[in-house]
Design a protein around this ligand. Structure first.
Ligand code: SF4
Length: 78
């Protein structure tokens, strides 16, 4: 499970975020390219835009559920 305390600082504020367990596998960026992108220097993903509609939210959730190391969290807005 992703830890809010360990999220990367590049994540924009809001519900979804990537934490430091990310292994840069690319799945979230392929699944939800409108919201996830890569930090090329750090070699990991982060959320550059929170979902703005139901379709994007569904893809972010799908990415979260598919992440092999559970590095994506959805409790960032709490
Ligand atoms: S799916 Fe998970 S491990 Fe893969 S790039 Fe995204 S956050 Fe990182």
């Amino acid at each position: 499970m992703a830890e809010l305390a360990n999220k990367y600082p590049e994540n924009v504020t809001g519900t979804f975020y990537v934490d430091d367990q990310c292994i840069d596998c690319d799945l979230c960026r392929e699944t939800a390219p409108a919201n996830f992108t890569r930090n090329d220097d750090g070699g990991h993903s982060y959320v550059y835009k929170q979902p703005e509609n139901d379709a994007e939210a569904a893809l972010c959730k799908e990415a979260m559920e598919g992440c092999p190391v559970e590095a994506i969290g959805s409790n960032g807005a709490e």
